[in-house]
Design a protein around this ligand. Structure first.
Ligand code: MG
Ligand code: ZN
Length: 384
C-alpha cells in the first residue's frame, strides 16, 4: 500500500513538472512571437524627387498583402525609425471592400487593382458573373510594353494570379498556371513549380514554356543571371518559405525583373507582391509581420533606386487589405523593438495606404476605391 502511494506520488510530481514545463514553453514561445527585437538594421537612402516627364513610361506596382498602417509602422520601428518607403511623398488611402463582402480576400482585392472591377471574394480576374476582365498587365502587353510578376508566394497564388489569369476560383492553381501560357508575359518569378510541372492533366508546362522561348530556372542564383529575353523563375515547389528559409530572394528577383523589363523601349508594367506580410497577420506573429515588412521595404528600395535613375518610372506601394487588425501596443525606436496584438486571425475592412513616387504620383492622394487605383494607373500608363 505504502509502495503504491509512493509510486502514485512520484507519478503526480512527474506529471506536474512535465505539465508546468510545457506551459512555460508555450507561453514563452507565444510571447516571443508577439515581440520583435531588432538584430540588425539597414541603411535607408534618400532619393531625388525630380523626374523627366509628366506621365510615366513604366509602372512598378508593389503590393504588400495584408499591409495596413500598423504593419508599415511596425517595420519603421523595427528598422529604428527609417524605411525606404518614406521616399514616397504622395500618400492616399484605398477602400478595399469587395463586390460581395465588406471584408475582401486577396482574389477580389487583387482583381480590383488589376482590372478596376469589384468582384466576389475568391475570384481571379473575373467579374461578379464570372466573365473574364482584361487586366492592366494584359493591356500593357497588347500595347507593346514589357510585363512582369514577382511574388514571395507561389506565382499562381491569388495576388499575382489576378493580374494574368481568369478563373472562377483562386484555388484552381493548375488552371491558373495554364493561363500564364495564354499571355505574352516577359518575366515571372516566384514559387509554384508544382502547378506547372506536377499536374493532374499530365501536361508539363515547364516544357511548354521552354517551347515558347522562356528561360526556365528554379534557383535564384541562376534566375538572377538572366539579363534579357523571357524568364520563368520557379524557385519553389509551392511557396518560397519564411525569410529564414528564402533569404533575400524577393528583392533579388525584383532587381532581375526590372533589369530585363527595362530593355523594352516602349516601357513596362511590373507587379511585385510581398505575399507573406498577410501570413504573419494570420498567424498573429509580430516577428513574422516585421520580417516580411522589412523584406518588402528592401523591394521598395530596389524599385526606387531604378526609378530615381530612370526618372520616367512611377512606383506605387499599396495593399489589397489589412490582416489581423494589428495593433502596436509597445516598442522602441532606439532598440528596434515592436510589440503588437492581433484581435483577429482574418482580414479586416479598414482602408489601406497608397504611397507613390515618380511622375503621376500626385494622382494617388486622398481616399479612393481600390478600383480607382487601377483607373489611374491605366490612364497614366496606357492613356485611356
Ligand atoms: Mg497574396
Ligand atoms: Zn490573407
Amino acid at each position: 500500500m505504502l509502495q503504491k502511494l509512493k509510486l502514485l506520488a512520484i507519478f503526480l510530481i512527474m506529471g506536474i513538472t512535465v505539465y508546468a514545463q510545457d506551459q512555460y514553453l508555450t507561453a514563452k514561445s507565444e510571447d516571443l512571437e508577439k515581440t520583435y527585437i531588432s538584430q540588425k538594421t539597414y541603411k535607408v537612402k534618400d532619393f531625388p524627387q525630380k523626374f523627366n516627364v509628366d506621365k510615366p513610361k513604366n509602372i512598378i506596382l508593389l503590393i504588400g498583402d495584408g499591409m495596413g498602417v500598423s504593419q508599415v509602422f511596425a517595420g519603421l520601428t523595427a528598422n529604428k525609425g527609417r524605411l525606404f518607403l518614406e521616399n514616397c511623398k504622395y500618400i492616399g488611402f484605398s477602400k478595399t471592400s469587395s463586390g460581395d463582402n465588406y471584408i475582401t480576400d486577396s482574389g477580389a482585392g487583387g482583381t480590383a487593382l488589376s482590372t478596376g472591377v469589384k468582384t466576389y471574394n475568391g475570384a481571379i480576374g473575373v467579374d461578379m458573373n464570372k466573365n473574364p476582365v482584361r487586366t492592366i498587365l494584359q493591356e500593357a502587353s497588347e500595347k507593346g510594353l514589357a510585363t512582369g510578376l514577382v511574388s514571395s508566394s507561389a506565382i499562381t497564388h491569388a495576388t499575382p494570379a489576378s493580374f494574368i489569369s481568369h478563373q472562377a476560383s483562386r484555388s484552381s492553381y493548375e488552371d491558373i498556371a495554364t493561363d500564364f501560357l495564354k499571355t505574352d508575359i516577359d518575366v515571372f518569378i516566384g514559387g509554384g513549380l508544382d502547378h506547372f510541372a506536377k499536374r493532374e492533366d499530365g501536361r508539363n508546362l515547364v516544357e511548354e514554356l521552354k517551347n515558347k522561348g522562356y528561360q526556365v530556372e528554379t534557383e535564384i542564383n541562376k534566375i538572377k543571371k538572366v539579363k534579357k529575353g523571357k524568364l520563368a523563375g520557379l524557385a519553389a515547389e509551392v511557396h518560397t518559405g519564411r525569410m529564414s528559409e528564402r533569404g533575400d530572394i524577393l528583392p533579388v528577383a525584383t532587381e532581375t525583373a526590372i533589369n530585363i523589363l527595362s530593355n523594352n523601349k516602349n516601357g513596362f508594367f511590373l507587379m511585385v507582391e510581398g505575399s507573406q506580410i498577410d501570413w504573419g497577420g494570420h498567424a498573429g506573429s509580430t516577428i513574422y509581420v516585421v520580417e516580411d515588412m522589412l523584406d518588402f521595404d528592401q523591394v521598395i528600395g530596389k524599385a526606387l533606386e531604378f526609378a530615381a535613375k530612370d526618372k520616367e518610372t512611377l512606383v506605387i506601394v499599396t495593399s489589397d487589405h489589412e490582416t489581423g487588425g494589428m495593433a502596436i501596443t509597445g516598442g522602441s525606436f532606439e532598440d528596434g523593438v515592436v510589440k503588437a496584438a492581433f484581435p483577429t486571425g482574418g482580414h479586416t475592412a479598414v482602408m489601406v495606404p497608397i504611397f507613390s513616387y515618380g511622375p503621376g504620383a500626385e494622382e494617388f492622394i486622398g481616399i479612393m476605391e481600390n478600383t480607382e487605383v487601377h483607373a489611374k494607373m491605366k490612364k497614366l500608363l496606357l492613356g485611356n
